[in-house]
Design a protein around this ligand. Structure first.
Ligand code: SF4
Ligand code: SF4
Length: 440
């Protein structure tokens, strides 16, 4: 009977794009063979880039700290392999920002320093502060796409109560499948990570959240969790269900007000991959230097889910997946709704690279004038009025767009997807925000 109950979802807006998970959903996680060269960006999180700690010509060990966080919002960077530093140079990341990067030539022989699990009693004895320190030292960032340093988000002020911990395995972006594979293949690690986080946040009501199209995978994971430490929450498949504010609204009915954070309504949302990274850091002392990447779409010969070291190039990954099809046209970092196009195949995989999507050519959308149909506003999960914001920005009235909450825009793309006139709304919002920040 339970399955016929009304499914929970966020209250306002949203869209139903084709999930397109079939390309890579059934592909078990494989490890990408270690490339001979890695290019490690010092900026893989929100905030300031890490400060380089090694010199050209020096040797590095797997897991060694090679970049030290350089501000309150910044994250440590570790070497994914044993090797030698060959060069230090600036690179341009897919989002357009330039940052320093270390070029490492990997050694033929590799060590395995993080294979030994520490004693359970040691883990149980760690205080909340100890856990946050381990997470900070391990360079863990949000792996669902935001790349916000985890220790900053998890360092809750004394007296602030977390009522809900929501583990986010919604993976609502079409095509992406890494969280789906983690549900299937990393069960023990996920359960351990969720329990550690629950303790860190003071034992809140904890839910593993996913969408109906991953119900069976999530049900298998939770089978055997008999202590009631967390429950399963299967939500309606609707984009952007995995957005922090959307998932909070769907599960708790609470709304995060404009300009506020999930914690302001007693909630913390953590991506499933991040929870597994926390388990590895706490139980194995392993810093975050590799992640699962879905390589998918109709333009790649052999779609896969690959465990990639940070710093492997997009070219290495595509080659291992059999290369591009003859009709391949666009290569995107992330999913089709919120991703960025790669313009250089030497771009490295970063801590928040959840997918490489290769698409065949599609006819470009022709742009027509706005017909004031209101579909963009109906689709917006943030209850914004996209058409008005866009017109303000195009008429050089960015402060008026700010006045109707441009800064609340999540750049989810629901408005643009729904627009019959093919207006590039999200591009306009990104530009408007950039102009506003430059003026400030
Ligand atoms: S991109 Fe911004 S304006 Fe458009 S639907 Fe998403 S949140 Fe709303
Ligand atoms: S959906 Fe497009 S055409 Fe319709 S009101 Fe919004 S911007 Fe205008």
């Amino acid at each position: 009977m339970e399955r016929f109950q009304m499914l929970k979802t966020f209250r306002f807006g949203g869209i139903h794009p084709d999930p397109s998970k079939e390309y890579s959903k059934g592909k078990p996680i494989e490890r990408l063979p270690l490339p001979k060269k890695l290019l490690i960006p010092m900026s893989m999180s929100t905030g300031a880039p890490a400060k380089i700690l090694v010199d050209v010509g020096g040797s590095v060990a797997k897991g060694q700290l090679i970049g030290e966080k350089s501000g309150f919002i910044s994250a440590n960077v570790h070497s994914p392999a044993d090797g030698t530093v060959k060069a230090i140079r600036n690179i341009t990341l897919p989002a357009g920002n330039v940052c320093p990067a270390l070029e490492i030539e990997t050694s033929d022989e590799q060590t395995d320093p993080f294979s030994e699990k520490c004693d359970d009693t040691f883990v149980q004895g760690l205080s909340r502060e100890d856990l946050v320190t381990i997470i900070e030292k391990s360079g863990i960032v949000g792996m669902g796409g935001a790349a916000f340093p985890a220790n900053v988000k998890y360092n809750i002020k004394e007296g602030v109560k977390v009522e809900y911990l929501l583990i986010n395995a919604c993976e609502c972006e079409p095509f992406l499948t890494c969280d789906c594979r983690l549900l299937i293949e990393r069960r023990e690690e996920a359960i351990s990570g969720i329990r550690i986080l629950k303790r860190l946040f003071g034992n809140p009501d904890t839910r593993l959240c996913t969408e109906t199209n991953k119900r069976s995978e999530a049900e298998s994971l939770i089978t055997g969790v008999k202590d009631g430490s967390f429950a399963l929450e299967v939500l309606k498949t609707k984009y952007p269900q995995g957005d922090e504010k959307s998932i909070i609204n769907a599960v708790t009915g609470r709304e995060v007000p404009s300009g506020k954070l999930p914690l302001d309504v007693g909630c913390v949302v953590v991506n499933l991959g991040t929870a597994i990274a926390v388990h590895e850091a706490v139980c194995y002392g392993k810093p975050l230097y590799e992640r699962v990447v879905a390589v998918t779409g109709n333009g790649i010969r052999e779609p896969k889910n690959l465990l990639c070291p940070v710093g492997a190039s997009v070219r290495d990954v595509l080659d291992y997946c059999g290369g591009l099809t003859d009709k391949a046209d666009r290569i995107i970092s992330g999913g089709p709704m919120m991703g960025f196009s790669f313009y250089d195949l030497d771009t490295p995989i970063a801590k928040a690279t959840s997918g490489i999507l290769v698409m065949e050519k599609i006819a470009p959308k022709k742009e027509y004038p706005c017909i004031s149909c209101g579909r963009c506003a109906a689709a917006c999960p943030m209850r914004l009025v996209p058409t008005r914001m866009y017109k303000f920005i195009m008429n050089e009235r960015v402060s008026d767009a700010i006045g109707i909450n441009l800064l609340d825009c999540r750049e989810c793309g629901c408005c643009e997807y729904s627009c019959p006139s093919g207006i590039p709304l999200v591009q306009g919002f990104k530009m408007g925000k950039k102009i506003w920040r430059m003026k400030k």
